[in-house]
Design a protein around this ligand. Structure first.
Ligand code: 3HC
Length: 311
């Protein structure tokens, strides 16, 4: 690559400029953004499946309406992010192919089953809580379309987190059986939520370049620590116990010490060995195939519209 162009690019990034689609950018910058944004979008779309499982089983009309709104939001976040990735020259078909073929990743968190209604509370509270932690800094990521997409996503994510915590409060203050369900959901979702921040900094192959090009502004471990520091008091308030006996306040650090994530489990689920990985990809392939007629109809409609304009 032209060293002058590269130097000018790096100076702009260092000056906190936003890089826009028509700007010159190193191929590696484009490539890593397509990687991260498309996988972020895949995570949003696959993330609709675990919660979708409870739309027809919600305990009240209000809970059903709130969950419907959240699942619709996630779909919107996915489409928003696919569009942001397309500004880098990739196509929707290429990204979807990469997901369906297993070449592209999506967040491991969505490969765990939603066994009870309390899981819907734990997902909103912990998964969307972790997503907020990770997405707020991305509002200032160096690629303009990605940063701007994050502004809207973060506003909606806060509603997702609050509705989840409200479900956990209702159950933690409910019958002993409901409180036990809330504790069981916390036990099953706590560690997979910590894995959402990625591997330890010492083993994060993309971090160095993502930091240099200001795609990433906080490290995986720093955001994980921030999430623990905010979430442990929220569990205490619910009267629930985080399933990590090593959690203790460290006055010197001004944060909680906590136990080691099971990285074996993490890499196994990243490899596609998660409990529901096969169902998730099967559901996505089927949705894509069953929705082909909608895409064909939209294409035909657009062709007619263009023909009318050209006539
Ligand atoms: N699940 C699956 N793969 C993961 C992962 C996870 N929890 N954490 C890391 N990985 C993958 C990375 O994608 C990378 O693989 P790749 O090079 O093939 O893409 C590899 O593990 C090494 O990780 P790195 O730390 O080197 O990768 P990054 O620098 O990209 O950091 C990240 C990982 C923090 C997830 C970063 O990609 C990121 O911030 N992505 C945007 C946010 C995002 O995708 N969040 C996922 C959940 S979306 C969500 O929660 C929506 C909400 O509505 C529920």
């Amino acid at each position: 690559e032209d060293p002058e162009l590269l130097a000018a690019f790096e100076a702009r990034v260092a000056a906190d400029d936003f890089i826009e689609p028509k700007d010159w950018m190193p191929d590696a910058y484009r490539k890593t953004l397509v990687r991260q944004i498309s996988q972020h979008a895949h995570s949003e779309i696959v993330g609709m499946l675990p919660e979708g499982n409870w739309l027809t089983r919600a305990p009240s009309l209000r809970r059903k309406a709130v969950l419907l709104a959240k699942v619709q939001d996630e779909g919107g976040h996915g489409l928003y992010l696919y569009c942001a990735a397309e500004t880098l020259g990739t196509s929707r078909e290429d990204m979807i192919d990469a997901l369906h073929s297993g070449k592209a990743k999506y967040s491991t968190i969505f490969n765990y089953p939603t066994l009870t209604w309390a899981d819907i509370g734990a997902i909103g509270w912990l998964v969307d809580g972790a997503a907020i932690m990770n997405q707020v800094p991305l509002q200032r990521t160096s690629y303009g379309p990605y940063a701007r997409a994050m502004v809207k996503v973060c506003k909606e994510e806060s509603f997702h987190q609050r509705q989840g915590y409200e479900i956990m409060m209702a159950m933690a203050n409910g019958t002993p059986e409901q409180k036990a369900m809330a504790q069981d959901a916390l036990n099953r979702w706590w560690w997979p939520s910590l894995m959402m921040f990625g591997p330890p900094d010492a083993n994060s192959p993309n971090s160095a370049q993502s930091f240099r090009w200001r795609i990433k502004r906080d490290s995986n471990d720093d955001l994980r620590q921030k999430f623990v520091d905010i979430t442990v008091p929220q569990a205490d308030y619910l009267g629930l116990t985080v399933p990590d006996p090593a959690v203790t306040w460290n006055e010197v650090k001004g944060g909680y010490d906590f136990g080691e994530v099971d990285w074996e489990e993490f890499y196994a689920v990243v490899r596609g060995e998660g409990p529901t990985a096969k169902e998730r990809l099967k559901a996505r392939r089927e949705a894509w195939d069953n929705g082909a007629w909608v895409r064909e109809a939209a294409d035909a409609h657009e062709a007619k519209r263009r023909a009318r304009l050209a006539a």
